[in-house]
Design a protein around this ligand. Structure first.
Ligand code: ATP
Ligand code: MG
Length: 325
């Protein structure tokens, strides 16, 4: 099984049910007496075929591989459509397959999956949860968790750096996503000069030991670096500043950190070089294009679950023979 899915292909046949991308957009009208809603008739024309083919090995950091992020493209790779409508149809098909495997993982209730997502400000960590992980929650109604890590509180800072991480590990049977995580305690601490070098540099080995132990205990960890370009970050920060419903996400800290872009790229390059293992690999995902990013991360999730091969538990004999009157 291992390696069998390093290439993923998805085809969407023209006879597939109506996708969200084609759903008519009409809004409910709230009247003094109630709510009114009418949707226009749907164009019955079949949708054209759309396909993707993603080689995931190109994104995986091999253990010990020397990574220099400035030499890695942030643009979408070949083989992935970038049109929103096509991507949404493909993602929907991916979600169907992933949720089948997620149900098995959940019912097995022995192991968990954790995606640790790191990246520069506005690199799409929140969007990744919304587009890739949250829809699984809607499909299966359970089994998805998210934790975001901010500047440590007084209580968190009064413990070792892995204390708050340990408390947020996903439950058995669940898929968790970390929006930032223990790598902040290397990268942010290093670039913002929050502790001496001997403190943060010892953490490369400490996180590897931690991840190995957690892996041995049943949590499959996959680490995603959302790789955006500096120009793309500028566009996204400007959009946050200028769009009323996005302004709540805009803050001066993001703009200030941008001035140390090169230091962050170097610190992340070192993390990728030093902490990718077979058991807990890093993937550098080109993230300038949100649709392609979603399809790549969904593919990594599907491959991870497929390799774990979760099984529905067998009903114990006494329950299997239980008579129902
Ligand atoms: P976005 O990517 O949309 O900008 P965000 O992840 O930056 O969102 P915020 O709540 O705005 O979310 O910021 C979180 C901040 O917390 C980041 O600047 C991050 O570097 C910082 N942070 C997280 N963990 C640590 C840590 N262990 N030490 C120092 N700073 C940390
Ligand atoms: Mg931020």
């Amino acid at each position: 099984m291992i390696g069998a899915l390093s290439q993923l292909s998805v085809n969407w046949s023209p006879t597939a049910p109506l996708s969200a991308a084609r759903a008519p957009k009409s809004e409910p009208k709230i009247t003094p007496d109630g709510v009114e809603l009418s949707l226009p008739a749907i164009d019955p024309e079949p949708l054209p075929q759309v396909s993707m083919k993603i080689d995931l090995e190109q994104f995986r950091v091999k253990p010990g591989e020397d990574i220099d992020l400035t030499r890695i493209s942030t643009a979408p790779p070949e083989g992935v459509p970038t049109s929103k409508a096509d991507s949404e149809r493909l993602l929907e098909a991916m979600h169907k397959k992933i949720s089948e495997l997620q149900r098995r993982l959940f019912s097995e209730n022995q192991r968990s999956v954790l995606f640790v997502c790191q990246g520069m400000d506005a690199s799409g960590k929140g969007g990744t949860f919304k587009d890739v992980f949250a829809p699984l929650m809607l499909k299966t109604e359970e089994g998805i968790e998210r934790a975001s890590f901010n500047v440590p509180t007084k209580l968190e800072a009064d413990h070792d750096f892995l204390w708050r991480i340990t408390g947020e590990m996903p439950r058995k049977g669940n898929i968790g996503m970390f929006d930032r995580g223990h790598y902040e305690d290397i990268v942010e601490v290093r670039v913002a000069n929050l502790a001496p070098e001997e403190v943060w540099s010892a953490r490369y080995d400490q996180v590897k030991d931690f991840e190995k132990q957690r892996g041995d205990l049943g949590t499959k960890m996959v680490k995603i670096f959302l790789h955006i370009g500096k120009d793309e970050q500028k566009l996204r920060l400007e959009e946050r500043r200028d769009t009323p419903h996005k302004q709540y996400k805009f803050n001066a800290g993001d703009v200030a950190r941008r001035e140390q872009w090169d230091e962050y790229q170097e610190a992340y390059s070192d993390v990728l070089t030093r902490t990718s293992t077979e058991q807990a690999p890093w993937y550098v995902v080109p993230a300038d294009d949100k649709e392609a990013r979603n399809l790549i991360i969904a593919s990594i999730l599907l491959k991870t679950l497929q390799e774990m091969d979760p099984q529905y538990p067998k009903l114990p004999d006494d329950l299997a023979r239980l008579q129902i009157q």
